[in-house]
Design a protein around this ligand. Structure first.
Ligand SMILES: NC(=O)c1ccc[n+]([C@@H]2O[C@H](COP(=O)([O-])OP(=O)(O)OC[C@H]3O[C@@H](n4cnc5c(N)ncnc54)[C@H](OP(=O)(O)O)[C@@H]3O)[C@@H](O)[C@H]2O)c1
Length: 261
């Protein structure tokens, strides 16, 4: 039987590319985000190219009722989710005290609360069927504290810790959990995070398709933590050998923004 994969944040970037990876393998898809038109366009393209079922659920994950609405819609359509991809997420650049508090709390809602609730809603069925898994999109940001992007980095540290803990709890089952931790990637992420401001130091970015391909392969292999790219792997390891006070200063320096023009 074909597996059914639910992907949040499938309307652009890494989520869209992950949808293509699962579709190419013959999985049926449930695509979730706020941008209905982009989701419908992708669903039509994937149905045509791969002869799969692809459905759309429009949901705004800043709304606390969204995960329950997604779960109820899935059940209402008579579907069972075999694989949950918690990919939707965003960040904001700037000092914590200067950024809008409401928007920063929305980072917590989307990146943490929605991810936990969707996991809590869909995981029990995977365990009872003893198959399937979860692919959580975290970040290399999860490995270090992130001055000038404090809430985002902390949210990804949560995703890393939560995913690692569930990995141990799921031992003895055929259900797997993978935390994909990309570094800088060519997507809409920076536009959302930075508005019109720029980083003073340019960073080398991987393509979203490459990140998704590696994350997808690592999920299929049952890898617990997937860090795409040699430089990103290096950046995750180095902080372990440096004093923590130094690490947070370096990250704060890297995360500083050029003044608005
Ligand atoms: N790009 C990077 O450099 C990078 C690095 C490390 C980790 N990541 C992580 O990768 C994941 C995907 O981001 P991306 O880089 O692909 O950026 P992106 O192109 O901006 O994609 C973000 C996705 O999340 C969805 N989303 C955002 N807010 C949402 C909300 N309130 N409700 C429902 N869906 C929402 C967006 O869809 P709608 O706007 O249609 O709702 C979009 O599909 C995120 O978790 C991000 O933290 C990105």
């Amino acid at each position: 039987m074909k597996e059914t994969v639910l992907i949040t944040g499938a309307s652009s970037g890494i989520g869209l590319e992950l949808a293509k990876c699962f579709a190419a393998d013959g999985a049926n898809l449930i695509l979730v985000a706020r941008s209905t038109d982009a989701l419908e366009k992708l669903a039509a393209e994937l149905r045509n190219n791969f002869s799969i079922r692809a459905e759309v659920i429009t949901a705004d994950l800043t709304l606390t009722e969204a995960p329950a609405h997604i779960f109820a819609t899935v059940k209402g359509r008579g579907l069972t989710v075999d694989v949950l991809v918690n990919n939707a997420g965003f960040g904001l650049h700037g000092p914590f005290a200067e950024l809008p508090l409401k928007r920063q709390l929305e980072i917590v809602t989307v990146n943490i609360s929605a991810l936990v609730e969707l996991t809590g809603l869909f995981l029990p069925e995977m365990i009872s069927q003893n198959r399937g898994g979860i692919l959580n999109v975290g970040s290399v940001a999860g490995f270090v504290p992130g001055p000038n992007m404090a809430v985002y980095f902390a949210s990804k540290a949560f995703v890393l810790s939560f995913s690692e803990a569930l990995d141990v709890e799921l031992r003895g089952t055929n259900v797997t959990i993978t935390n994909l931790c990309p570094g800088p990637t060519e997507t809409n992420f920076s536009q959302v995070a930075r508005g019109h401001r720029q980083r003073p130091v340019p960073v080398e970015k991987m393509s979203a398709s490459e990140v998704a391909r590696i994350g997808y392969q690592d999920y299929r292999r049952g890898k617990h933590i997937s860090v795409p790219g040699a430089m990103n792997k290096f950046n995750c390891i180095v902080p372990h050998f440096l004093p923590r006070a130094g690490v947070r200063r370096i990250v704060g320096w890297l995360n500083r923004l050029a003044p608005a023009k």
